[in-house]
Design a protein around this ligand. Structure first.
Ligand code: NAP
Length: 315
């Protein structure tokens, strides 16, 4: 029997009837609501096959009210682990038995490992972002002056905290709702005091207004522009950064990957800047999750191929 597109809480509670005939059996899954669009099975099923692991990765369509209960069911159903996506990443912090210190600092869990019936929570989004930047631009994020646009959202927050832990050269937080960026600044300020650089801690971390003028001022002292907002997913979305503010020296990373060429990336190309979309972050967060589950190196090329095939199919 092949897997359904997604499984419900009722399916999990009646697993033998819903999935008892699955061959190979489900051993991994992603919790989300909605989850039908998730590309994660296209990353992990090729990885499981490449490693000769007899199991498959399925989508679990679970609402907020059922999430904690569903998580508890998985170990007895033979699951090795799970990913957690919108809207459960914050709830997962409280729902697991133990939280890895990095996930605690990033404020979200996106990877769960089941060990002796206990649920251990990790975050692979922050480390996945760092690997993506290294791969795309051949440079470590810690050596860059970085502007995170959308620093108050879930993904922007995780990336900003990870960058602060790395002690990057300079970090400016920008968010439509400024208070969220201010709260984040207060939280990550101590990390900048811990790492020594040419600029003092006060100059290395800033919050800027969500205005074109402030953007112009900040981008003049930025190497890497990161879009962590949801702007760019829809054709009708407004422009995030006016083209004339981007220069050939900028690196532009758009966490959005659908469509693959957003308005921001088109502007970067037009201005001679290097740009990359969020597929590489998706790949590397998946590879790091795989490493947590199986304590072995992930077959990144098989995962990349699976992702490319899936992305091409939905284009
Ligand atoms: P989220 O928690 O809902 O945050 C959304 C962010 O976008 C907030 O900062 C929000 O600002 C901002 N925003 C929304 N509409 C806006 C508008 N009209 N003008 C200005 N800012 C606006 O979402 P998320 O989970 O962080 O995801 C954000 C994006 O990252 C999504 O596109 C997601 O697909 C992508 N992502 C990619 C990966 C990857 O692996 N590549 C991983 C995670 C997420 P306010 O705070 O003011 O509302």
């Amino acid at each position: 029997m092949s897997a359904k597109d997604q499984y419900s809480i009722d399916d999990l509670e009646n697993w033998t009837a819903a999935a008892g005939d699955l061959d190979p059996p489900a051993i991994l899954g992603v919790f989300g609501d909605p989850v039908a669009h998730s590309l994660s099975p296209h990353l992990h099923n090729p990885a499981l096959q490449a490693c000769g692991i007899a199991g498959q990765y399925v989508r679990l369509h679970i609402g907020a009210d059922d999430f904690a209960r569903a998580l508890r069911l998985l170990p007895d159903l033979g699951f090795v682990g799970a990913n957690v996506t919108i809207p459960h990443k914050f709830a997962a912090l409280a729902a697991v038995d133990e939280v890895d210190p990095l996930a605690r600092k990033l404020g979200a869990v996106n990877t769960v490992v089941f060990e002796d019936g206990r649920a251990l929570g990790f975050n692979s989004d922050g480390p996945g972002f760092l690997r993506a930047i290294r791969e795309e631009f051949g440079i470590d994020a810690k050596d860059l002056r970085i502007a995170v646009l959308g620093a108050g959202g879930g993904a922007g927050r995780a990336v900003a905290v990870q960058l602060a832990l790395e002690g990057c050269e300079r970090l400016v937080l920008m968010n439509r709702t400024r208070e969220k960026a201010e709260a984040l600044r207060a939280e990550i300020e101590p990390y900048f005091a811990e790492s020594e650089r040419l600029l003092g801690p006060g100059d290395r971390l800033a919050v800027a207004d969500w205005t074109p003028k402030a953007l112009e001022h900040e981008l003049a002292q930025t190497d890497l522009i990161v879009n962590a907002t949801s702007l760019g997913m829809k054709r009708a979305d407004p422009e995030l950064v006016p083209e004339h503010l981007i220069g050939p020296h900028h690196l532009v990373y758009d966490m959005v990957y659908k469509p693959p060429r957003t308005k921001l990336l088109a502007a970067a190309k037009a201005m001679g800047a290097r740009g990359a979309n969020g597929l590489s972050m998706l790949l590397w967060q998946g590879a790091i999750s795989f490493e947590h589950w199986f304590e072995r190196e992930a077959p990144a090329e098989a995962m990349r191929q699976g992702l490319m095939d899936a992305a091409a199919a939905v284009r």
